[in-house]
Design a protein around this ligand. Sequence first.
Ligand code: AMP
Length: 551
Amino acid sequence: MLSTMQDVPLLISRILEHGSSIHGASQVITWTGDGEPARRSYAEIGVRAAQLAHALREDLGIEGDDRVATLMWNNAEHVEAYFAIPSMGAVLHTLNLRLPAEQLVWIANHAADRVVIVNGLLLPLLAPLLPHLATVEHVVVAGPGDRSLLDGARARVHEYEELVAGKPTAYEWPELDERSAAAMCYTSGTTGDPKGVVYSHRSIYLHSMQVNMAQSMGLTDQDTTLVVVPQFHVNAWGLPHATFMTGVNMLMPDRFLQPAPLAQMIEQERPTHAAAVPTIWQGLLAELNAHSRDVSSLTQVTIGGSACPPSLMEAFDKLGMRVCHAWGMTETSPLGTIARPPAHAVGTEEEFAYRCTQGRFPAGVEARLTGPGGERLPWDGESAGELEVRGSWIAGAYYGGQGAELLRPADKFSEDGWLKTGDVGIISPDGYLTLTDRAKDVIKSGGEWISSVELENALMAHPDVAEAAVVAVPDDKWGERPLATVVLKEGSTTDFAGLRTFLAEEGRIAKWQLPERWTVIESVPKTSVGKFDKKVLRRQYAEGELDVTQL
Ligand code: AMP
């Protein structure tokens, strides 16, 4: 029997129409650095998103599922792009401005981006890449910045404000298939090329509803959320979409992500909620300890992206900010778990331990643990295995490039279609996940990934380096940083500073990814099948057996 219910597609345009009408008075507040933030209502965002869609279609010729990329900080224009592009049927591709040049070029070419909308102050990053972006026909510049950097560019250059000015204030959003592509985001893992995750209208819609549930972030139109997590990092954890459903105001830090301006914007704009990776909070804590600020409005803080140290949680509890720990991935939209303690633990000694776990799976995310031999492990709080998940906002494949098949590598997807997360952990009988290890060796620095393999490959490209292995080592400020262990060829005259300069040259490695810690070893320890055995290196480092130089 078929149901008798209407089948209205779950579309981003519906979220936009809802937010800009029912919650038209809610605001996107963009920090400008001079104490006078730019305020734009949801109603205005709705109008400008319609105007941007007209400009993209009529002036720039965007049609079908063309990809429109953004290279932007968190700000109102980026929110407009978030809604205009998918609502008109095109695909929003958020470029991660922290990636090394070479990877950005690879990703934009792989996605076949036709347009890049860029913040003017990021033109020094974009301009040298442009000649290598084979498919980019138009660059749209928003906000301050030196336009002359684009002189001589092959792509046509447009001003964002000039494009949207005078365009019709409404757009007849097409009735799309809810399963069609809305947005894409690339993830860079340990091995191989970056992988594109393509979110559907349906997945974003359902994920947004989950983000809004009381047991998730549970915000209302009485809240203002400080969205520190970048819009280029898994759709800012779904916040821009979720807020348009409920009318939560968004405070956008733009490029002002340092602890002092963050503290200032909290004091001035009085957000009630904020979302960011642990490193940001560690920085803010140090800032608040050094300079007292009234941050009393901020009572809820969502932390994810890497494990939240219990000490950080305690410190924030003391400030009256309640931390809620969450786990997710680019492939999971990202909400995978969230650590709201169960009712029976609230107010008891058990509560804190629950809050330190990665959290519970929400309805809509199924989970299982798989042992080394492929066996299912029980949720007994003891058996550690690789976490596998499935659900309506979990990736089932990667984007294979223009016209290509979808990719389902065996190390990322099980034969029956579950996502293999690469995270190893235990699950308690009541469904709380605790991550104990990482199956992969990427270095998580300040919530962003550094590929150890990429560093190794770049190092080994140096004529004096015979072998190199890079491992993650703990770092007070960034969570983890790379330790470079190198085997030098006989007669080599290179020193560590020379190697570091080599890595930085020709955009091989982004500056923030360059290792500070260096050591020379005789040979890289290997496993039985000849792979680098990084466990040994980590142990040697932990036990102080390596002679490490800090640059
Ligand atoms: P990304 O796709 O860049 O968001 O990175 C996803 C990965 O970050 C996960 O597979 C985990 O390894 C890690 N991660 C995210 N959240 C947490 C958390 N709360 N605790 C520990 N690791 C986390």
